[in-house]
Ligand binder design. Structure first.
Ligand code: ACO
Length: 326
């Protein structure tokens, strides 16, 4: 059995607090002009002290389930893509399940950093295509403001908090036409949170070394991201059996405007077809692509019958792309 799988409902949630580049410049030695010209980011959202990743995820999930015209009892599986779980154990998905008031359905996290949402969609798709489940809730949620090092200007300016969710289900036609996933663990050192796991358990020494914060070689990640995302995008388009001109809207992971410009240039797709919100929210890792998808649909940039391309890249290194007919 193989069923076509599509997006039945979408929803997102962004914390209320807006942090401008000028606000960041009060914490580290930076300025609005540098951040805007190097990254395209103007503002980002910051979660309130009482908001954890699961809280953002629940609000996005409730919106997506309502948008699908379903109730939580219709969901068969919860997947949460995140690199900022509420805690190392249990999974954020289990915390989301109980906060949603869902029955004792399967729930697990997907760990693929900024590519996590695309990975989650592909995992969820398999269960529906095979007939195992009917509705899978895929959430991308992050509170990155708690893992970035607010003493490191080269990283803390880039990230923000937020969550987006989709309900996947069987569709009569269209839906997810092709997918591409990949990873290159040999480049794991380029972007990581080295402390707090079994390799470097939390200790006074690991805290003093600031090992529990995100470390990144920005220049190298930039180069890999451009190559990885454009290759994945072109392969997904080819696998879908369409030409790049047919794509109505590209929804890329929103890390940096310059990465996105280079990716679509390499893929031969004009910038007018790209949905952008990096200026508003910065890089929300696993939440970026899904929040951008929600906004693109809400703003009418993706309409029924359109071909949309999702493409993401992140720590791991990991990458993923999907062509969807709406
Ligand atoms: N404010 C002011 N100056 C800064 C800042 C800052 N926030 N950060 C760095 N600088 C300085 C550097 O110290 C350096 O100064 P120097 O020339 O005197 O040494 C100068 O700016 C240039 O630094 P670069 O690192 O060369 O700047 P670059 O133009 O490469 O931009 C950036 C850095 C924005 C991090 C870029 O490399 C990037 O976006 N990389 C991708 C990283 C990314 O998005 N990762 C997210 C996860 S993966 C993903 O989502 C795709």
């Amino acid at each position: 059995m193989s069923r076509a799988v599509g997006f039945k409902g979408l929803g997102f949630y962004l914390p209320e607090r807006i942090m401008t580049n000028d606000d960041v410049a009060k914490i580290v030695d930076t300025n609005d002009e540098w951040i805007r010209t190097r990254t395209g980011i103007s503002t980002r959202r910051i979660a309130a002290a009482n908001e954890n990743t699961s809280d953002l995820a629940v609000k996005a999930a409730q919106a997506a389930i309502a948008d699908a015209g379903l109730t939580v009892n219709d969901i068969d599986l919860i997947l949460v893509a995140t690199m900022t779980p509420d805690m190392p154990c249990p999974s954020t998905a289990c915390l989301v399940q109980t906060k949603l008031g869902a029955p004792t359905i399967a729930a697990t996290d997907v760990s693929a950093a900024c590519s996590g949402f695309v990975y989650g969609v592909v995992v969820g798709q398999q269960f529906i295509a095979s007939g195992t489940y009917n509705h899978v809730l895929v959430i991308g949620a992050e509170v990155l403001s708690r893992v970035v090092d607010w003493q490191d200007r080269s990283t803390c300016v880039l990230f923000g908090d937020g969550a987006g969710a989709v309900v996947l289900g069987p569709v009569e036609s269209g839906g997810i036409l092709s997918t591409v996933l990949g990873a290159n663990g040999a480049q794991a050192d380029l972007l990581k949170v080295p402390g707090g796991g079994t390799a470097q358990p939390t200790s006074l020494a690991s805290i003093e070394a600031r090992a529990h914060y995100l470390k990144m070689n920005g220049g190298e990640v930039f180069k890999h991201a451009v190559r990885g995302m454009s290759d994945a995008a072109l392969l997904a388009i080819k696998k879908a059996g369409i030409s790049p001109e047919k794509i109505a809207c590209v929804v890329p992971h929103q890390a940096n405007i310059r990465i996105i410009q280079s990716v679509v240039e390499r893929a031969g797709i004009p910038m007018e077809k790209v949905y952008l919100n990096v200026h508003r929210y910065g890089n929300m890792s696993a939440a970026s692509t899904v929040v951008a998808l929600c906004e693109a649909v809400k703003e009418g940039r993706i309409k029924k019958g359109d071909y949309a391309l999702l493409v993401a890249f992140g720590a791991g290194l990991t990458w993923g792309a999907a062509v969807v007919q709406w």
